[in-house]
Design a protein around this ligand. Sequence first.
Ligand code: SF4
Length: 192
Amino acid sequence: MMDEVALRPEHYDRYPHMFSGSQRQRIAVARALMLDPSILVLDEPTSALDVSIQAQVLNLLRDIQKRHNLAYLFISHDLSVVRYIADEVMVMYLGRPVEQDSRDAIFESPQHPYTQALLSATPVADPEGKRERIVLTDELPSPIASPPGCTFHPRCPRAADICRQLVPPMHDTAGTTSWCHRPWEMKDETAA
Ligand code: SF4
């Protein structure tokens, strides 16, 4: 299993403190694979690694996924990592889902106001692909005292009275699943 995660035989008898951060991540994956799972939950697996090492670990995870026919539930704050690894993306805000769609749909035409603001703040290498920056007002509320109704309402440019009172239900709009009281605005934007 250590071979499976690209560790060499000379590593096998080392003590934990003798491994680098990326080697320790690979050992964690090897331990999980010992149970022959069909799904792995990977919670910020590359956040503590240098960018160059992150790419190695992500490529290894993709290889392992193919070899073992695995599903990953991959949790990350790094949108470039999400874009690289994910097939399907669910965007969360204060612990609740706000939008779910294919990776390409989320990154190319985000519908929910939070996803739009999030992506507008992400640097892109191609100047032509740059989005207009959406600056959110108000501070991020505490997750233990989240606002009533839609938790995004204090910062949302589309917020209406209903948003301050009721938790938004799930809507399917033009193939996108979102949790918002005003899905017709999403429809309008998609049509525009
Ligand atoms: S429910 Fe209201 S406040 Fe929440 S994202 Fe939709 S429009 Fe904005």
